[in-house]
Design a protein around this ligand. Structure first.
Ligand SMILES: Nc1ncnc2c1ncn2[C@@H]1O[C@H](COP(=O)(O)OP(=O)(O)OP(=O)(O)O)[C@@H](O)[C@H]1O
Length: 641
């Protein structure tokens, strides 16, 4: 069956919970067994069953590959690699189980599996990439739409490699970085690099000066555009409302320190929006107002917290970029990847730790910056390396900072170093090990961190002060479910606050109740992840107050909020893009696949001044060694060596 003319069929037939099928093929037998074991979700089986029945595809190995592709997508992978799966099937499925299931349909090797997929009307293969539900590239199998997203992103990156570099005003650069040092000033190199290119990525851990650096970059671009008489339209964006608010705050404070005229400073925007807002979200529709046919009206776009941007969003963003515009991406490549599929920042900066620049590019940057970076030339550096710079020195965590050391050891996968740091007695790092047989979290100790907040609520402090006080402390959980999951911890905290007389009735709205939205709300102009605090207004009516751009607050009647959850504790995933003075990071007591180096690193680095890690040494050790690896074709295409 040829699907190429059936536009729309894939929209109907992408995995979606609401379609159930009566069954019909022997393949369903093993799929449902695997579903019962938790290897597949119902949606994975239903999706491939519906497609295969529609197309009359009876090949068992195609059914299996389709279900695997859908299941892996659900876990954040862009594709599956059949060769990898052949050796290492998903958790819950043994090698024999997979191979026996495939052998029943006559498939006895990876090559035979690829051949079966090549022969299927459900699968497109290079060079004939007709629109079919799945695409096979070598041994990688994609859902068609995700293959398209990946190609869109890759084509954009590759196109940028051919653009002739822009001139950089070395005098202005020197003015922005007046200090001299014996070591390379990577912030200066990053600015020179990004100013030379239409597309660049600046990555760095917490407090390495990413915002300081891009503010100087924007200043340089603005100053250059003034001297050319061509003012620039610059936009700032971030994936969440919280991250956008932080970017606004940090750019405005970094701007104040610039050694440049007020005219230039004023031309640097401060106001950042969410990516959804920038692209013109239709809330509920996957297409944005801005796209290739209606590009964004800008010359420069800076996006912060890019680790949180998933592949579909990146593809849509790139689609909406006007061809002449610059894209500057900022983020910490070591943080948790996006909630949805892909790890674009991680893949882009895959080899950045060891590879620097191609020698001629290093020489060019050395000339512009006056920094001795020629030793960092590397003939093996792939073209993508030119777009990337990594800031390594943290100015937030001084040399003796426990948080700094802990984050570094975690990132390096150095479990001994992590445990040593936890035991070292540093002022800013604390470790609470659960007692033998302990089954519940120590709510009283965790709740202490909110004493200042409850005092501010009691004194009926202004909402800005309350918000600031609340934002100083956060309990982070690794998981959602179970005794140590975010839901139970929040419930226990509310009960504890009730028992202490801070909350009159935890089942209704009360002064001090803190909530996080779990869905974008177009009508209210609020976004998933926005935090609201409940306090009475001047007429003593309870309202939930949300911080709006430029530090304003909007108070909404609680009845207007539909989807939200209490947020005295939040998951590490939800905390991305936020920072707090003090963090309590709570691990479950039993092993969980979500406990990875990236999760712990992200949780620890949300703390600016003080972190308490709650968890057993065995779990911490295992997590330090566990990495999140998401399959995609980006690394192979961008980092061929
Ligand atoms: N070259 C530098 N020398 C001294 N201090 C610096 C330098 N660069 C940045 N800082 C200071 O370090 C702190 C962190 O800088 P900045 O906010 O730019 O880092 P960041 O990487 O954006 O941080 P975050 O992790 O919060 O996003 C700020 O107080 C800033 O003024």
């Amino acid at each position: 069956m040829d699907f190429s003319n059936q536009t729309g069929i894939f929209d109907q037939l992408t995995p979606s919970e609401d379609r159930l099928l009566e069954n019909g093929s022997p393949a369903q037998v093993s799929l449902s067994t695997l579903q019962a074991k938790g290897v597949f979700r119902a949606i994975d089986c239903q999706w491939i069953e519906q497609l295969a029945q529609h197309a009359g595809e009876n090949d068992h190995s195609v059914w299996m590959a389709g279900a695997l592709c859908s299941a892996y997508l659900g876990a954040g992978h862009i594709c599956i690699d059949l060769a990898t799966l052949w050796q290492m099937p998903p958790e819950g499925m043994s090698v024999d189980e997979l191979r026996n299931a495939l052998a029943a349909g006559g498939v006895n090797s990876v090559q035979a599996w690829c051949d079966a997929l090549n022969a299927s009307c459900l699968v497109a293969t290079a060079p004939n990439l007709a629109e079919r539900p799945m695409v096979l590239v070598g041994t990688r199998l994609y859902l068609y739409r995700y293959y398209q997203y990946e190609q869109q992103v890759l084509n954009y990156f590759k196109k940028q490699f051919d653009v002739a570099p822009f001139d950089v005003d070395a005098g202005l650069l020197a003015q922005l970085f007046p200090e001299t040092s014996e070591t390379v000033n990577w912030q200066k190199v990053s600015v020179a690099n990004a100013a030379s290119l239409p597309f660049s990525v600046i990555s760095g851990g917490p407090g390495t000066g990413k915002t300081t650096t891009v503010t100087k970059l924007l200043a340089l671009l603005v100053a250059q555009s003034f001297s050319q008489g061509k003012p620039l339209r610059i936009e700032l964006a971030a994936p969440t409302g919280k991250a956008a608010a932080r970017l606004t705050e940090s750019i405005s404070s970094a701007k104040a320190d610039l050694p440049l005229s007020d005219e230039i400073k004023q031309a640097i925007p401060e106001q950042a929006s969410t990516l959804h807002r920038l692209l013109g979200s239709d809330f509920g529709r996957s297409r944005f107002k801005h796209n290739k046919d209606n590009p964004l009206h800008l010359d420069v776009l800076l996006v912060d917290e890019v680790s949180m941007v998933d592949l579909p969003m990146m593809a849509k963003l790139i689609d909406a970029m006007p061809p002449h515009a610059r894209l500057i991406l900022l983020g910490d490549k070591d943080q948790l990847a996006s909630v949805e599929a892909g790890s674009v920042l991680g893949d882009l900066s895959f080899g950045i730790e060891n590879v620097y620049f191609q020698p001629e590019w290093a020489a060019r940057l050395a000339f512009v910056t006056g920094e001795d970076i020629t030793p960092f030339g590397n003939a093996l550096a792939p073209p993508i390396s030119r777009a990337l710079t990594l800031l390594r020195t943290s100015y937030r965590f001084h040399a003796n900072s426990g948080i700094g050391h802990l984050a570094k050891a975690m990132n390096a996968g150095d479990a001994k170093g992590v445990l040593r740091c936890l035991q070292s007695g540093c002022d800013d790092v604390h470790w609470c090990v659960p007692d033998e047989g302990q089954t519940k979290a120590d709510i009283a100790t965790l709740a202490k961190g909110y004493d200042d907040y409850w005092e501010a609520v009691r004194q009926k402090r202004g909402i800005a002060e309350l918000y600031a006080t609340f934002s100083r402390y956060q309990i982070l959980t690794a998981v959602r479910q179970g005794e140590f999951g975010v839901e139970k911890i929040n419930a226990h905290l509310e009960l504890y606050f009730y028992q202490r007389g801070r909350v009159k009735d935890p089942h209704v709205w009360y002064p001090g109740k803190a909530v996080m939205l779990t869905r974008n709300d177009a009508a209210l102009g609020l976004f998933n992840g926005d935090i609201g605090l409940c306090m009475p207004d001047d007429s003593q009516r309870l309202r939930v107050w949300f911080m709006q751009p430029v530090g304003r607050f909007t108070g909404l009647l609680p009845s207007r909020l539909s989807e939200f959850e209490v947020v005295f504790a939040m998951t590490v995933h939800k905390s991305q893009g936020s920072e707090f003075d003090r963090v309590a990071l709570l691990l479950p007591i039993t092993p969980s696949p979500v406990l990875t180096k990236e999760l712990l690193y992200t949780g620890i680095t949300r703390a600016k001044k003080d972190v308490t890690l709650w968890g057993a040494s065995s779990l911490i050790r295992n997590a330090t060694h566990a990495r999140i690896q998401r399959h995609s074709g980006l690394i192979e295409a961008l980092w061929p060596n």
